[in-house]
Design a protein around this ligand. Structure first.
Ligand SMILES: Cc1cc2nc3c(=O)[nH]c(=O)nc-3n(C[C@H](O)[C@H](O)[C@H](O)COP(=O)(O)OP(=O)(O)OC[C@H]3O[C@@H](n4cnc5c(N)ncnc54)[C@H](O)[C@@H]3O)c2cc1C
Length: 401
């Protein structure tokens, strides 16, 4: 076995894309990632490189200038990128979700307007459901839109926007009362608005403010922000799909593919942690031999590699299921849950193998140790994944007695 996490049955095109991305990660991302992360610096040169590689349009259909690739190709690229630096995968993830939602649910005019420039990386996407008072419980959203002639007026506060500052298009989920009388189920009275804005911070459009970056323990470099709407006027033709009341379902569709993506990130970070652990274990000597020769450390390496393989297999399965056109919520939920938990465990084992040096900022594992927890939360916590998995299992295994 040459390396862990091989994927059988890839086409020549997929293999070529992956090898180009891997090469880019090894040469352009890994050597600079830790330094940039410690400085919380946006990786502009890396983003420019990804643009050149066409990564921002990987899954956008060819007719709109993208590469028209599958979710599997995309997820395998994300795995490679996260192996280099998880924050970079965060920069493309929300862009990818918004492009996917436009492709699946946008009007023809919306697709023609946004997708070609998104494929080129000129417009970059962020998506916004969470608010200060809610994350898991999306149905509790309080931000709202009120119709006023050919426009909607949006008011409310959003929280935790990945790429909130650097993006120029935000898909925002709010409650809309028009056509949805009092008492309508929350899921049927939500609408996704496509909000265009200038990148940057402060008042980026009349009625729309992006305060500064939220300070985070890890996952630095990529900006995470709040978003404040105070009388923000959005034209009616910027309702995703042109019809109000469908936003919840559109967002959930986006989050489902986003879950495969987060699973892929977990796989990539775990792989890097394994690489760091297995290398260090052969360099460090205690009691007259490399620590890799102590059985306790070898067992750790065995457990870590097994987890890397298992998470990769589940992630690939979930992506392939979606690509085949089937419902994949169960597989995506399982893959996201397992990959993020295993990632945290593998990173912790690699940290332990490093002994005291793992605590030093000079060692890459210190960065991974602060990054892994984000995957336990983003795109739905472990508890939320288990709720989805449990519900689907009870549908499949309904007791007939
Ligand atoms: C770095 C970062 C980037 C993010 N980026 C984005 C983004 O781009 N766009 C966006 O919209 N959001 C984003 N988020 C928000 C993220 O999706 C939420 O943080 C996440 O969904 C959890 O919501 P919460 O933080 O409100 O926790 P809560 O929902 O308050 O949950 C708190 C705890 O209670 C548990 N819990 C909640 N409900 C139940 C239940 N019914 N049963 C059992 N346990 C339960 C949760 O699992 C968790 O352990 C980001 C978050 C972070 C940290």
């Amino acid at each position: 076995m040459a390396r862990l996490a091989q994927t059988a049955g890839l086409t020549d095109v997929q293999q070529e894309i992956l090898s180009t991305v891997r090469d880019f990660v090894d040469k352009e991302i890994i050597p600079v990632a830790t330094e940039l992360e410690h400085r919380d610096e946006y990786p502009q040169a890396i983003v420019d490189g990804l643009k050149e590689l066409g990564l921002f349009g990987l899954m956008i259909p060819e007719e709109y200038g993208g590469l028209g690739e599958s979710l599997l190709t995309y997820a395998l690229c994300v795995e490679e990128i996260a192996r280099g630096w998880m924050s970079v995968s965060g920069i493309i993830n929300t862009h990818f979700i918004v492009a996917y939602m436009l492709k699946q649910h946008g009007t023809q005019e919306q697709k023609d307007h946004f997708l070609p420039r998104m494929a080129a990386g000129e417009i970059r996407g962020a998506f916004s459901m969470s608010e200060p008072g809610l994350g898991s419980d999306v149905s509790a959203i309080t931000s709202k839109a009120v119709r006023d002639g050919d426009e909607y007026v949006l008011t409310g506060q959003k929280m935790w926007l990945t790429n909130g500052g650097t993006s120029s298009l935000v898909a925002v989920l709010v409650r809309s009362d028009e056509g949805h009388p009092e008492g309508t189920a929350p899921h049927r009275s939500m609408t996704t608005f496509l909000v265009e804005k200038e990148p940057g911070f402060g008042e980026v459009r009349p009625g729309l403010t992006i305060p500064g970056k939220i300070e985070k323990m890890g996952y630095k470099g990529v900006d995470t922000t709040e978003l404040i709407m105070d009388g923000l006027r959005v034209p009616a033709d910027r309702v995703l799909g042109g019809v109000t009341g469908r936003g919840f379902y559109q967002m959930m569709d986006g989050v489902e593919v986003g879950r495969v993506n987060v699973a892929a990130r977990g796989c990539g970070v775990a792989q890097r942690a394994f690489e760091l652990g297995v290398r260090y274990a052969q360099q460090r000597h205690t009691f007259g031999k490399p620590i890799a020769q102590h059985q306790a450390i070898q067992f750790k390496l065995a457990e870590m590699a097994t987890k890397v393989e298992a998470a990769h297999a589940m992630m690939v399965n979930a992506a392939r299921k979606k690509d085949s056109g089937e419902r994949n919520d169960l597989e995506a939920g399982m893959a996201k849950y397992l990959a993020s938990e295993y990632c945290k465990e593998v990173v912790e084992d690699a940290f332990r193998i490093h002994g005291g040096y793992g605590f030093s900022k000079e060692y890459e594992i210190e960065r991974l140790y602060r990054e892994a927890p984000m995957l336990l939360i983003g795109e739905g916590t472990a508890e939320i994944q288990k709720m989805i998995i449990g519900r689907r299992l009870l549908e499949e295994y309904r007791f007939q007695g």
